[in-house]
Design a protein around this ligand. Structure first.
Ligand code: ACM
Length: 688
């Protein structure tokens, strides 16, 4: 792919059939009331409820430490915030009477690893909740499940009686955030760490250097951030604070410094590292660029030895990502000295030279106690087998690595910058396709997966809405049993998670009305704009990149930036239409609502036109609004025909054909998502 240019959920039916509601209490919990995401491995549901008490007493009956105490307080604080009930959060005088008992087996490791057990058992009965885990990570995961179980019933706020035994399917459940193409400040990282913890993710892969920016303070080589970042970088103090913040939430922070390609920003301050003479400037455009480190000069490795040594001390995680993707090659091919070096060392290809570079880097990493991670391109027979491969190319490449004895993770299929649906990502499994035929020992090398939030078309205002809520569906793929595949139920729970994630501080919902107000060009006037924006989605894949020449300074304030990658309103409308067309009772139930919706769209264009007269941002999408109105008009005609039994005029559908065709050009970089459902109404009417 062109980079950026480009249960076993033991929800046994029998359990639910056996559930009887106790008289006088709210209805007993059912499967539908367990809105958990990711779904736990095993759930046995009881018949009653544990009521939330204002005196939220807790007790540690096993190991405890400040991290666990902070986690309990955080969970209780969020429960208080969500319910609006001020909780008197305090350690219980008599631990056996505590509302929440925490029984942790032992201390966690000083630096989190994948060997740490994340399992937990959560038992809730009518008198208390008991959370047990072998170590703190399991307690952290269980506290998130407890919060997700919180429900509002007619008698107040409560938790269902339940017995959950849970453990992750994969050890590595990550999210990459690119902070280079666009700068993402520390507070944005922190709120996303809270959201990640809510869905039990355990790795933040921090993409920290690129052609477009070098984002970490280096005390040893201050021109890296000093000249390569426009002043937009994390101080070492900020980095340490984020690592601590992540650790509190059971999340590892794995830094990536992309080398030897994707490295223009390094050369602004240190042009001598490059394979061709400078000067260099921070790259403002996107793609794969020529500047590449020179692996033939000893000074390059001396520099990298100093740099990696400094970063190895700053980032405690034993894994260190060196990138290694998309080495462009021209600078190596055009340099006489590099060509001579290759010949002298019997290297035929640039891949051979990159393998030499990687081996040298691996020695530096090992000296610093680090294990190397890199993208597919680093895979080479000569590398030590503790190297980890991150596959952006797919299961085939992951399987090939595993067969050679390399551990790996899957990212292909989880590029959330490409705006695919949650269902599309949910369908991707690190252990399927080519990986399915691996031996058990080889399968054990597949550690999990990571979603990638590349940042060409995002900024601090939009990043959350490009991660959430779709990331929650991917998190379920990484955590829950492989058989967890009910897409309709995933969407039902995802919609609930979408709202719950607001409580983590993620701004995916909060930013939407603000951006719509900007489009409207008028304070308080978002209704008409929302009617349109709710039913469009940004172009998928690399189509937006193909539509115009994006750069770091292109404003991301258009409807394509405000619109959700996957709109719940679109799904709801499509479902309503499918329902209406499926049987007579549903027809009479849904048609009024559908007619109302179509009439609203038809009338909405006048409001959009009026607003667009004063908003260039909205004027851009006038053709979309006009098309929506025309589709709504056609839909009303078809619906009228269905309701009255009066056939449509001869040739009507043919006349409307253009309306239902995909547009060849969409300069506004959006797709109108109601074409398909309205076409279905029209075709049903035509068939009469
Ligand atoms: C990549 O997408 N080049 C890692």
């Amino acid at each position: 792919m062109m980079h950026r240019n480009r249960v076993r959920c033991a929800l046994l039916a029998a359990v639910f059939c056996a559930v009887l509601s106790a008289p006088g209490l709210s209805a007993a919990p059912t499967q539908a009331s367990l809105d958990l995401m990711p779904l736990p491995a095993n759930i046995v549901l009881g018949t009653g409820w544990l009521a939330l008490k204002p005196e939220f007493s807790f007790a540690f009956t096993g190991y405890k430490d400040p991290r666990l105490e902070r986690a309990v307080r955080r969970a209780a604080d969020r429960i208080a915030a969500r319910t609006g009930i001020p909780l008197a959060i305090a350690a219980a005088a008599d631990p056996s009477q505590a509302f929440l008992q925490i029984d942790c087996g032992a201390a966690g490791l000083p630096v989190q690893t994948f060997e740490e057990d994340e399992s937990y058992v959560l038992t809730i009965d009518a008198s208390r909740a008991v959370l047990r885990a072998p170590n703190p990570l399991g307690i952290l995961r269980g506290l998130e499940t407890l919060q997700q179980l919180l429900a509002l019933g007619p008698d107040g706020v409560h938790f269902p009686e339940v017995d959950i035994k849970d453990a992750p399917r994969f050890r590595w459940r990550g999210l990459l955030i690119d902070v280079c193409r666009h700068w993402i400040p520390a507070e944005v990282i922190k709120r996303n760490l809270d959201a990640m913890a809510a869905v039990k993710l355990n790795v933040l892969h921090w993409h920290l250097s690129e052609d477009q920016g070098f984002r970490v303070e280096s005390k040893k080589y201050p021109r890296l951030h000093g000249m390569g970042s426009d002043g937009l970088y994390y101080t070492q103090e900020e980095i340490r604070a984020i690592i601590d913040y992540a650790r509190d939430r059971g999340i590892r922070v794995i830094p990536e410094f992309d080398m030897p390609g994707h490295s223009t920003a390094w050369f602004v301050g240190y042009p001598e590292l490059a394979s061709a003479p400078g000067p260099y400037e921070i790259e403002r455009h996107y793609g794969v660029f020529k500047p590449t480190m020179d692996p033939t000069r000893e000074e390059t490795f001396k520099f990298l030895d100093g740099f990696i040594g400094e970063m190895a001390r700053l980032f405690p995680d034993p894994l260190f990502h060196i990138g290694g993707d998309e080495v462009e090659g021209h600078q190596w091919e055009e340099s006489p000295s590099i060509k001579a070096f290759k010949t002298a060392h019997g290297m035929k290809t640039n891949e051979d030279l990159q393998a030499y570079f990687n081996k040298r880097i691996q020695v530096i990493l090992k000296k610093n106690g680090k294990r190397m991670v890199g993208w597919d391109e680093i895979l080479h027979e000569d590398l030590p087998r503790d190297t980890v491969v991150q596959s952006w190319r797919g299961q085939e490449s992951l399987a090939r690595a595993a067969k050679q004895g390399f551990a790996g993770i899957l990212s292909n299929g989880y590029y959330i910058d490409l705006m695919y649906s949650a269902a599309a990502h949910y369908a991707v499994d690190p252990l399927e396709k080519e990986a399915a035929s691996l031996s058990e020992a080889e399968k054990a090398l597949i550690l999990g997966g990571e979603a990638c939030m590349w940042a060409e078309l995002i900024n601090p205002e939009t990043v959350d809405s490009r991660i959430w809520p779709r990331m929650a569906a991917i998190a379920e793929r990484f955590w829950s049993p492989q058989e967890t595949k009910d897409v309709a139920d995933m969407y039902r729970r995802l919609e609930i998670m979408n709202s719950r994630l607001d409580w983590t501080g993620a701004t995916h919902n909060l930013s939407y009305p603000k951006m719509l107000e900007r489009l409207a060009g008028k304070e308080g006037a978002i209704e008409a704009v929302k009617l349109l924006a709710d039913f469009v989605e940004p172009l998928r894949g690399y189509s937006r990149h193909d539509s115009r020449e994006y750069s770091q300074t292109t404003p991301l304030n258009r409807m394509a930036d405000a619109a959700r990658p996957e709109s719940f309103a679109v799904r709801a409308f499509a479902g309503m239409v499918d329902g209406m067309l499926s049987d007579a009772p549903a027809f009479s139930r849904n048609r009024r609502e559908i007619r109302h919706r179509l009439m609203t769209w038809k009338a909405n264009h006048e409001s959009i036109k009026a607003l667009a007269a004063n908003s260039a941002l909205l004027a851009e999408v006038l053709p979309l609004s006009e098309r929506l109105a025309a589709l709504a008009d056609a839909g009303l005609t078809a619906l009228q025909s269905l309701e009255s039994g009066q056939p449509l005029p001869n040739g009507w559908l043919e006349e409307k054909a253009a309306l239902f065709q995909a547009l060849e050009k969409a300069p506004y970089e959006l797709e109108l998502m109601v074409v398909e459902p309205i076409r279905k109404i029209a075709e049903a009417a035509q068939k009469r």
